[in-house]
Write a protein that binds this ligand. Structure first.
Ligand SMILES: Cc1cc2nc3c(=O)[nH]c(=O)nc-3n(C[C@H](O)[C@H](O)[C@H](O)COP(=O)(O)OP(=O)(O)OC[C@H]3O[C@@H](n4cnc5c(N)ncnc54)[C@H](O)[C@@H]3O)c2cc1C
Length: 393
């Protein structure tokens, strides 16, 4: 394994994401809430790596909390519960704002941002070890630690003056856990367009949480006043001088062919398994559905296609690739049910095909008005999540 990559992938086996509900449960069973709370900010900390399973609906947040609480006494004060609530907060905003998650909420600190991620960033050739290491890890594994995502996004937006939307689209293309709400709104949070405050980091911060990648002598080796000034000025700081070994950006994966998997002529009602509902389906006929308009707009890596299709092939009696009309033509006028999704393309197509949708289970309330900050959201929902919920024992 490349030296730059090693610090971000200490435990390579931990990076194998087997696409099965069993693998998701094994990750829940490995959580030690106390160790998680103490170490989660460190790149080699005991984070769960549950995100691909949560994004793709192998499990939901209440299931994580319920299963964990069978082993340990959990409360809203536990860091792991708090972090899971971030996911539900971003989905709360997504439900209210819809396509509005892609619009800026507050002005960014500088006036000019490029519309594309610089080539040297995409090729892991910036010369800033923590950034190049993050890009390599992203391409190699489809997963990044939260701190690595924050550093990478902050560098791309504030020092390389790239529009957060370009950065978000690029990162989404390579993530296994790419979730439009968490990804888009986290990039906005880093850019300062969600809260009004840009997220900045420096080499000292990296040295604390990822000592092997401290990046001394590079553009991030500066005080916060300097970094704040750079964030408010327009020029791109550019890559570091000298040679930095690169890595080619993997090409996007290809949307599967419409006749990916044969369907027998069968007119029984069925459960529709789409990419955000890969958990254990109910008994009966199960049909996978891929709606191409979403995938044309938000391409996925080959890794992610393999993750999703392996699961669909294992769980489905057949897979349809096409729009709502194609789905109905293939399945006939039978009762179709599934899990709800907010993903554009899929959400409309499910309605158009008349699929009866169950809401995705939430642990925390979904307030009727959009909450302006996570803090307000948490102050509102956490007290109501106290007993008699089963997990607060
Ligand atoms: C720029 C940027 C882009 C991101 N893009 C995504 C994305 O596309 N998909 C995604 O699921 N998360 C995203 N996140 C949030 C967070 O980085 C990941 O959820 C987390 O790193 C996943 O690793 P984990 O499962 O080991 O996390 P853990 O620390 O073990 O947390 C457990 C679970 O809690 C939730 N969670 C934890 N922190 C956050 C957070 N800050 N925001 C939202 N949910 C959180 C996730 O579902 C996560 O799986 C992004 C963060 C940033 C800064």
């Amino acid at each position: 394994m490349n030296d730059l990559l090693t610090p971000l992938v200490r435990d390579a086996a931990h990076h194998d994401f087997e696409p099965s509900p069993r693998a998701a449960l094994a990750r829940i069973d490995a959580i030690r809430p106390g160790v998680y709370a103490r170490t989660r900010n460190h790149l080699d900390g005991a984070v769960t790596r549950l995100s691909p399973y949560l994004t793709h609906g192998f499990i939901d947040v209440p299931q994580v909390i319920e299963r964990l609480s069978q082993r340990v006494a959990l409360s809203v004060d536990d860091k792991i519960v708090f972090e899971l609530a971030w996911r539900e907060y971003f989905h709360h905003l997504w439900r209210h704002w819809g396509e509005g998650i892609f619009e800026v909420r507050r002005p960014p600190p500088a006036s000019d941002y490029a519309a594309a991620v610089p080539d040297d960033v995409r090729a892991a050739r910036t010369g800033v070890p923590v950034i190049d290491g993050a890009v390599r890890t992203l391409y190699d594994t489809g997963y990044l630690h939260n701190h690595a995502r924050m550093w990478l996004a902050s560098y791309v937006v504030h020092l390389r003056k790239t529009h957060w939307r370009a950065g978000a689209d690029w990162m989404y293309r390579h993530l296994l856990d790419g979730d439009l709400a968490s990804n888009t709104l986290s990039w906005q949070w880093v850019a300062g367009t969600l809260t009004g405050k840009p997220y900045l980091f420096n080499a000292e911060n990296v040295a604390r949480y990822a000592p092997d990648l401290a990046s001394p002598g590079t553009v991030i080796d500066a005080g916060y006043e300097v970094l704040d000034r750079l964030a408010r000025q327009s020029p791109d700081c550019g890559r570091e001088p000298g040679h930095a070994a690169g890595m080619a950006e993997p090409a996007p994966g290809v949307v599967p062919d419409p006749d990916i998997w044969g369907l027998r002529d069968d007119r029984r009602e069925c459960w529709i398994m789409h990419p955000w509902a890969l958990g254990a389906p109910p008994q009966g006929r199960v049909i996978g559905w891929l709606e191409p308009s979403f995938h044309a707009r938000f391409p996925w890596s080959e890794k992610r296609w393999s993750f999703v299709l392996t699961r669909m092939r294992a769980a489905c009696d057949g897979i349809v690739v096409g729009d709502a009309r194609a789905l109905r033509e293939r399945l006939g006028d039978v009762r179709l049910s599934s899990m709800q999704t907010l993903n554009p393309g899929y959400a409309e197509a499910m309605r158009a095909a008349g699929v009866l949708c169950e809401p995705v289970a939430r642990q925390f309330d979904d307030p009727p008005q959009p909450m302006p900050s996570f803090t307000r959201f948490w102050q509102t929902v956490a007290p109501k999540a106290a007993p008699p919920r089963p997990w607060h024992r």
